[in-house]
Design a binder for this molecule. Sequence first.
Ligand SMILES: Cc1ncc(C[n+]2csc(CCOP(=O)(O)OP(=O)(O)O)c2C)c(N)n1
Ligand SMILES: [Mg+2]
Length: 479
Amino acid sequence: MLPDHHLLPGTATGTVLVLRLCCFVSSNTYVPLFGCILVKLCLSSLHVQAIVNNLDDAHEQIDTAIATALRESKPVYISVSCNLAGLTHPTFSREPVPMFIAPRVSNKQNLEYAVEAAAEFLNKAVKPVMVGGPKIRVAKAKKAFAGIADASGYPFAVMPAAKGLVPEHHPRFIGTYWGAVSTTFCAEIVESADAYLFAGPIFNDYSSVGYSLLLKREKAVIVQPDRVVVGNGPAFGCILMPDFLRALAKRLNRNTTAYDNYRRIFVPDRDPPNGKPDEPLRVNILFKHIKEMLSGETAVIAETGDSWFNCQKLKLPDGCGYEFQMQYGSIGWSVGATLGYAQAAKDKRVIACIGDGSFQVTAQDVSTMLRCGQNNVIFLINNGGYTIEVEIHDGPYNVIKNWDYTGLVDAIHNSHGNCWTKKVGTEAELKEAIATATGAKKDCLCFIEVIVHKDDTSKELLEWGSRVSAANSRPPNPQ
Ligand SMILES: Cc1ncc(C[n+]2csc(CCOP(=O)(O)OP(=O)(O)O)c2C)c(N)n1
Ligand SMILES: [Mg+2]
């Protein structure tokens, strides 16, 4: 077993500070785009802060912050003193000109060396595989990753936080690579490969399942947004991921061995057994029905909690969006994320899966969804508490005050806007609610409170929880 920091410097999840990133959607409306952005102690993910408290350098500070956000795909923080916001200043006297951001380019020589080294390494391998990681997003390398998957013939998996960034309808997609809680037959193929290309991975305590991945650095090509490391070295800097992947695609020998092995041994997952008519609804039955709702016109938002694991197993049809926030795991994120996603992606209906504990943190965002006329479908999974925490570290604090969630949303609705709510406790009630939400009430915000047993979880949460718990309770600085 290899602790993740042998593969890459690992990061631990955990949070201390909450900021709200606002997105400019029209000249006078701000709508939170990604809900709560949680910033770690080191503020490593926050690239630039512009604190405007005098007008002389305001123009430059704001331009720098916006340019950085666009160039780096990272959040920036702009704070403007309220008594300055309406004042004019000579630097703002002209009509704004379109912003020009100098494109970043790869160092050509390094790119050639890196491609040469990686191609030699991978072409020597008998059964290489590829795994897509979450930094594919900031590297703007979605297409380049799909391109290399097409060209190489390698099977490819996705890391959990990258779900939605790789094409799951592709014939050689083999599922989520998440160590012991991977989708079936995926970890076996990845971990038994003799070479793997990881594009944009983040190995932290959660993605490495409590540091229990069976990966070896000497078998890996790790491609980060501007750096490539081949095996135990060499490393090449100043290389942009899309440039590298595109150039490498042309140099790889086609090799479908790992995919052929996967196909030979693969046995598909079975649907959960049917329940008796009035039996209390089970979580696996709920997600069987959610799976059937997905299409290219939907997007899934998965909240921290057991929904992480249940949504991860949903195979996304072509064009189906998917978002979840694994790095910070800040509960309540998904309510604001649902609001922002629906406001930006008018061509998709957002299906949000949110636990009761998380919803209690940010429930009021439903109000703005109604004001904006959104038709999201929210599945509020009421299991009476913090079930994911029960599996990591149990205690009486994991039981929460039960709310009447549909009653709360009805009160927010207050007969203004399009809203439909329903509580369900059996499969028959769930089926009827989904039929209404996708039929008669398809233009409404549909809020379905699903009542399930407090111990009804995915099997992946049980496995992951035990492993993360073991990692959390290991002695400090083991010798
Ligand atoms: C802002 C914040 N507070 C606390 C936590 C710790 N935490 C992680 S998951 C969780 C409980 C989530 O409960 P729920 O939404 O009901 O999901 P379930 O596991 O029950 O499906 C808590 C308290 C966190 N991640 N973020
Ligand atoms: Mg819960």
